[in-house]
Design a protein around this ligand. Sequence first.
Ligand SMILES: [Zn+2]
Length: 297
Amino acid sequence: MPVERCPLCGGTDFALLYPSTLAKKREPASQYNCTSHGLGIHPDIFRCVDCSMVFNEAAPGANDVAGEYEQVEDPEYLAQRESRRLTFHRELDEIEKVHAKGTLLDVGCYTGFFLECARERGWQASGIEPSRWAARYASDELGFDVYNGPVERYSSDQSFDVVTLWDVLEHLPNPVEVLTILRRHVRDDGLLVFATHNLDHKVARVLGRHFPLFMEMHTVHFNNDTLGKLLDKTGFHLEKKHNQMRAVRLGYLLSRLRRFGAAPERIATAAVNALSLQDQILWTGLVGVETYFVRPV
Ligand SMILES: [Zn+2]
């Protein structure tokens, strides 16, 4: 299904950048899960001739992407709690260098692990999450106030010291609309923080069309230029950014080898198990994801 308009400028003139790899697809049912293994599996990817925005061809049934996210259940993600928490605490260290603790809204809070880290440090944290399963986990298991639904239907008029989106922006078919909405929820002296992959990141530049974060569920792919245009359009300016360092359990990293076939995964897993290294935590800055701190203009 062709996209009708560029998700950044609304233009209608596109050029094919990378052809579809969907023929390699193995796991159709889990494509929207946070732990989805569909790395490098994507539909046709286009670049807008007018503004150079890079984006996926719309998925079949794209009108119901919101419905897909509502139905996501991802118990496998719970096993990543420890490594996700390490990553989130590191990001909170950075946030607290530039903004005093106060109220915080995490958009796409999933199971609430970031909210949990923020609360432990004294933030008053709440979330928005479309997945019923994940929102229920964050509210029932962790005790957070979570709005279960898409951000477009979030009707609160509250504004926050800090609004965060971790690995959310790239999933949005309408990033301009969502950041415009979120501008109303960031205090004038507040901070919006988001992490997303950047096509200007050295890993993305080296890998080109093989960059694994080209995926079905990642509908938009920004670079420095198009992110700047997004911020201009939505009333924010870039204060600073950093390469996101991510804590990953070695066992989880190995499960991601599946995309190269069963044999490499089996051999590497056997070696790691023999050495009892499954729970070893590695820090990597080579995911291609950057964290942006932006302020209202
Ligand atoms: Zn465009």
